[in-house]
Unconditional design. Structure first.
Length: 94
């Protein structure tokens, strides 16, 4: 079973605030997930081809064909702030 300190460490990394009851619940749930992953790791999957989806996906994306874009003045007319030919965005906070 995962220890409280490990759950609290993961919660800190994920920026989650957990109370004591939630830490105990998470420890139990994360332990169950890791047990399942360990069981999958024991399987012989040498003859199983890698997949990206459980089912075959066809036609998920449209063809990438160039087409006219929105005129700049139309795109900028709803902007809260404009600088030259583009959007004016605030600088990141240090």
């Amino acid at each position: 079973m995962i220890e409280r300190e490990q759950v609290l460490h993961v919660a800190r990394l994920a920026r989650l605030r957990l109370d004591d009851d939630e830490v105990d619940t998470m420890a139990s749930e994360l332990s169950a997930v890791l047990d399942h992953v360990a069981r999958i790791g024991e399987l012989n999957l040498d003859d199983v081809p890698p997949t990206s989806h459980v089912v075959d996906v066809t036609g998920a994306l449209r063809p990438d064909e160039p087409r006219p874009s929105l005129p700049r003045d139309v795109a900028l007319e709803q902007a809260p702030a404009v600088s030259g030919d583009g959007f004016l965005v605030p600088s990141p906070q240090a």
